[in-house]
Write a protein of this length. Structure first.
Length: 202
């Protein structure tokens, strides 16, 4: 299965190149660079071209490099678009998310998107995050918004995310495989945690 390296990207190619080399990039793999929309300057453009040159030399031109622009000034939109990208790419290959480069807002948005994607069952892995000044790296551990929730609440939340629309309690019970009484308790728990809005109809 081909590898897809999704990178937050800034002014240097080093942070995108290092994990690709470490994890063995090869012909047929792809690199996707997350860049802030309407904020890419000459330094970033030069870094993209340098990365392409290095990867072409390593793989004889067998790796594609694509840029994916993100509206970083709109957090919800950025997270949503990156989450959708991660889901699409996971259906095509083994996804590695690299958060070592780029703007802090972009890194935070990409991490939030990855956490949502993982909660929805999207398969992805994080590369180590390089520390500034060649001070080493840190392993990224996924966390879940569902920490501390009951199993029923996590199942209901996952069913809601998969449906990607409003569901009635009956629809949610069917989608999650839980009883109506379990869904009622799960919705109360999720509402108290601020993860869902519940409204009564009819």
């Amino acid at each position: 299965m081909p590898k897809v390296f999704i990178n937050t990207f800034g002014y240097t190619e080093t942070f995108a190149l290092a994990p690709a080399v470490k994890l063995g990039i090869s012909v047929g793999d792809r690199v996707v660079l997350l860049l802030p929309r309407d904020m890419v300057d000459e330094r970033a453009k030069n870094a993209v071209e340098n990365l392409k040159r290095y990867l072409n030399a390593l793989t004889s031109g067998g790796v594609s490099v694509e840029c994916f622009e993100v509206q970083v000034k709109d957090f919800a939109e950025a997270v949503s678009s990156i989450r959708a990208l991660l889901a699409r790419e996971a259906s095509k290959g083994e996804v590695y998310v690299n958060l070592s480069g780029g703007m802090r807002a972009l890194v935070l948005e990409a991490y939030a998107a990855a956490m949502l994607a993982l909660a929805e069952g999207v398969s992805l892995k994080f590369t180590e995050v390089e520390l500034e000044g060649s001070a080493g790296s840190v392993e990224v551990a996924p966390i879940s918004a569902a920490i501390g929730l009951s199993g029923a609440a996590r199942a209901a939340l996952l069913a809601l995310r998969r449906a990607n629309r409003e569901l009635s309690a009956s629809e949610l019970a069917k989608a999650s495989g839980l009883s109506k009484s379990s869904i009622s308790r799960a919705l109360t728990e999720l509402k108290l945690a601020g993860l869902v809005e519940v409204s009564r109809r009819g």
